[in-house]
Design a binder for this molecule. Structure first.
Ligand code: ZN
Ligand code: ZN
Length: 172
């Protein structure tokens, strides 16, 4: 096992030699890389300038949006436009740990309620939720009982039917 670790992966080796060939033996590629780097640098400058003007970019679809519209981009270390939220959240939420997921989920839920008329809907166990009138929905921890399903007095939380989670439904 230890021996194996010291050996280089043949694919890595192949890739490594290809890269060094590109880097050292082909001047045409060298200048192409330099051009690409410059274009990328210029583009970053333009993106920064646009941010100064109040235009920011969605990290997913790369479209630009006006920051004056608070419902356009959701901000949680990366910017995500409203249209990209469903796909972005379903893939991100699976990769996050519980703490991070609940933090962003709470922020997302209140953003959707504030700017996109989203409603908190009780989750009902055993029945399939009716989503015909929903643009999309996310599951979120119940704010009222902090996900425990119980209220202070130990009674079943009436906001989530004691399930600890609710659905945040964005209407069409
Ligand atoms: Zn987007
Ligand atoms: Zn609750």
């Amino acid at each position: 096992m230890a021996e194996k670790r010291h050996k280089e992966d043949p694919v890595q080796q192949e890739l490594g030699s290809k890269l060094s060939q590109v880097g050292t033996h082909d001047p045409a590629n060298d200048s192409l890389f330099a051009t690409m780097a410059r274009v990328e640098h210029d583009l970053n400058d333009v993106t920064e300038a646009l941010a100064l003007l109040g235009v920011k970019r969605c990290s997913q679809c790369r479209k630009f949006f006006r920051c004056a519209d608070p419902g356009a981009l959701f901000d949680c270390s990366q910017l995500v436009c409203y249209g990209c939220i469903p796909d972005w959240w379903s893939s991100l939420s699976m990769r996050l740990g519980v703490t991070d997921r609940e933090r962003i989920e709470g922020k997302l839920a209140s953003w959707l309620r504030k700017h996109h008329r989203a409603e908190v809907v009780k989750a009902t166990s055993g029945t399939v939720p009716d989503i015909t009138n929903a643009e999309f929905q996310i599951a979120a921890r119940c704010q009222e009982c902090a996900g425990s399903g119980k209220l202070m007095e130990g009674e079943r939380c009436r906001f989530c039917n004691g399930l600890g989670t609710v659905r945040i439904v964005v209407p069409k």
